[in-house]
Ligand binder design. Structure first.
Ligand SMILES: *Cc1c(COP(=O)(O)O)cnc(C)c1O
Length: 453
């Protein structure tokens, strides 16, 4: 409960902050962050021991401007979504133009140009054969939708017993229940939700290394699982080439090609979760393109709107879409804010920008700059590995970091970097210059040295 006194404070703070022009006074910042800690959950945080939160006044390009006047160079693209940098004028304009017409209408029975245009564009840029688009609000929901599609497909095909999923460990697919059931069992906290989560089939993670030779035993393990259980498996789900939040692991794209073939042989659908890797992050429009495969179902989110408004999509082929629709079948999902016009307008503007880049050249330059910026970290004894792929740079330590200790050190260096576990990584906006990346790399080097010597 918020006490009356707190509410009064809040009113006062709001009123004063309205009068302010640029910088927020220190006392106001303290009041606001205290209120924040009393009222608001942040991702993966405690309410009794709240983490420090930094009050943001504005964001522009590569920079996040804190209310206390500090400016942070962003190395995270706000969880990998803000690919063109903050507040891009073309995207802002597109949202404003759409707002002037209408911000929202229900998608049941009504449709609109921003959604149609976006659907057309997604089909055009995604791997050939993905022809049908389902819009939803967030990545986790896009994964739920993909899983429901797979189950419904087999249901209409007379195989209702195919309800389970196979997936490698070290994956991350979101925080809702079905998505959580295919997350890494340890990171996904399966223990805590054990009686609610569906038991899925877990494989070892694909062996690490983009160029590591294919381990035939790994493929045999996939084949063996399907030989024993394909009659209960609706789909295999994986993050193509990069396992992201589950460990920032890169693997040889040939695994995707081979596993896709095994899936086909055993009547298991293939779901590619490209919520992190989609829209150029790995140097191709989609990470599946490194393996030249078309999944049966593809999930996108995060960077879809250039990180401006929440939106996700689940794409599928005719086999699944028309299969579900056989004998009067309908797909059983329909979010209130499905295909929100503002979000679709932002996505259209973002994809237009993306189309104006020479993507492979842009990302290969970024990749080289990331390697240059992070390589010095290899000299530090607490560093286990430095690896880069596309616009992803990872410094893996031997021991996990303490976020509460390390976060303020990064802020002191004028950068926004948010490590997890043993991983300090950069997934910057694509507009990051060599100087930006060097600043971020130097900060990582300095901070590791400070905490670990
Ligand atoms: C972030 C992420 C999700 C979940 O997306 P939300 O928008 O946070 O629900 C799912 N899969 C992958 C691969 C992700 O990186």
């Amino acid at each position: 409960m918020v006490s009356i006194q707190n509410s009064t404070t809040f009113l006062k703070v709001t009123l004063t902050s309205q009068k302010m022009s640029q910088k927020t006074e220190t006392s106001n910042i303290e009041q606001l962050t205290t209120l924040d800690q009393q009222l608001l959950w942040h991702p993966y945080t405690s309410m009794s021991e709240p983490s420090p939160q930094y009050l943001v006044e504005k964001a522009q390009g590569m920079n996040i401007y804190l209310a206390d006047g500090r400016v942070l160079t962003d190395g995270t693209a706000s969880w990998w979504s803000v690919i063109h940098g903050y507040n891009h004028p073309k995207i802002t304009q597109a949202i404003q133009d759409q707002t002037a017409l209408f911000s929202h209408v229900m998608f049941g029975g009504l449709t609109h140009k921003p959604a149609i245009k976006l659907g057309e564009k997604l089909v055009e840029i995604s791997p050939a054969g993905l022809e049908r688009v389902f819009f939803s609000d967030s990545g986790s929901v896009a994964v739920e939708v993909a899983m429901k599609m797979a189950i419904q497909y087999w249901h209409t095909q007379g195989k209702p017993q195919k309800q389970k999923f196979a997936t490698p460990r070290s994956g991350y697919h979101g925080d809702t229940f079905a998505a959580m059931s295919v997350c890494d069992p340890v990171n996904g906290m399966h223990g805590m939700f054990s009686s609610t989560l569906t038991n899925q089939f877990f494989l070892a993670p694909p062996p690490q290394g983009l160029n590591s030779p294919i381990d035939e035993d790994y493929l045999i393990s996939v084949r063996t699982l399907f030989e024993q259980h394909a009659n209960s498996i609706a789909a295999f789900i994986i993050e193509p080439v990069v396992q992201n939040a589950g460990g920032m692991r890169f693997y040889n794209p040939l695994y995707l090609y081979e596993i896709k073939r095994i899936c086909e042989a055993f009547d298991v659908l293939f779901i590619a979760d490209e919520i992190a890797t989609g829209f150029g992050r790995t140097g191709k429009m989609f990470a599946c393109d490194h393996a030249n495969i078309t999944p049966d179902i593809l999930c996108v989110g995060k960077a879809l709107t250039g990180g401006n408004i929440t939106l996700a999509a689940t794409l599928t082929n005719d086999k699944v879409a028309l299969g579900i629709s056989q004998k009067g079948g309908v797909f059983m999902h329909g979010p209130t804010f499905m295909a929100n016009p503002l979000a679709c307008a932002a996505a259209n503007a973002s994809l237009e920008l993306l189309g104006s880049y020479t993507l492979d050249k842009l990302i290969s330059t970024l990749a080289q700059n990331l390697i240059d910026a992070l390589s010095p970290c290899r000299a530090l004894s607490s560093v286990y590995d430095v690896r880069c792929f596309g616009a992803i740079g990872v410094v893996e330590l031997h021991e996990p970091v303490n976020l509460k200790t390390i976060q303020p050190l990064f802020v002191d260096e004028g950068v926004w970097i948010r490590p997890f576990g043993k991983l300090i990584y950069l997934m910057p906006p694509y507009i990051a210059s060599q100087d930006d990346l060097n600043k971020l790399g130097n900060a990582i080097f300095k901070v590791i040295k400070k905490i670990r010597g």
